[in-house]
Ligand binder design. Structure first.
Ligand code: PRP
Length: 184
């Protein structure tokens, strides 16, 4: 495992500090209110667990899962919700939490779908933002780190379901040829 994780991008201590800052900003923006935090499975669960525990406002939690489908999944741009939330968002202040914002297709679809259900507000918090890879216009309201292209794992992020458990974020490099193809 360790031989493919060539570079630590974010140490756990650095992540902890940044998550506290983000939670502080969110708590200030929603002061006096209770928010409904919706994590996008699977990757967001680690970040979300840290984030909600650093908030100084009350929150409720739920989860949603989306997947791309069709031929050449990423390029097809077709997204479907494969596990919906169980709570009613009507009238609620919703904060959608993601581990990584890439093409923007997943969050564009999820946010649009949630807005149809009459929430009071919908904002998005992404731990990582790969801005240059956007295929649709999408801006998160809270971003932990903006990063260049490159495949990262850890802190909830996976490669073939591996590495989510790592407390830091690592650049997965160099990948064997088969893995490189899978990453693109
Ligand atoms: C990742 C990530 C986002 C999405 C971002 O999920 O967690 O949900 O891709 O990509 P986009 O901006 O190009 O839509 P993934 O499909 O890898 O599932 P996972 O969270 O279960 O690992």
């Amino acid at each position: 495992m360790a031989d493919v994780l060539k570079k630590v991008l974010l140490e756990p201590s650095e992540i902890s500090g940044r998550v506290s800052e983000m939670a502080g900003a969110i708590s200030r923006d929603y002061a006096g209110r209770e928010i409904l935090v919706i994590g996008v499975l699977k990757g967001a669960f680690v970040f979300m667990a840290d984030l909600i525990r650093a908030l100084s406002i009350p929150c409720q939690t739920d989860f949603i899962r989306a997947a791309s489908y069709g031929a050449g999944t990423e390029s097809s741009g077709k997204i479907a919700i494969t596990k919906d939330i169980e709570m009613d968002v009507a009238g609620r202040d919703v904060l959608v939490v993601e581990d990584i914002l890439d093409s923007g297709l997943t969050l564009r679809y999820i946010v649009d779908a949630l807005k149809l259900r009459n929430p009071r507000s919908v904002k998005v918090c992404a731990f990582l933002d790969k801005r240059k890879r956007r295929k649709v216009h999408f801006e998160a309201d809270y971003v932990g780190y903006t990063m260049e292209d490159g495949f990262v794992v850890g802190y909830g992020l996976d490669f073939n379901e591996q590495y989510r458990f790592l407390p830091g974020v690592y650049v997965l490099d160099p990948a064997p040829e088969g893995e490189k193809e899978a990453n693109e």
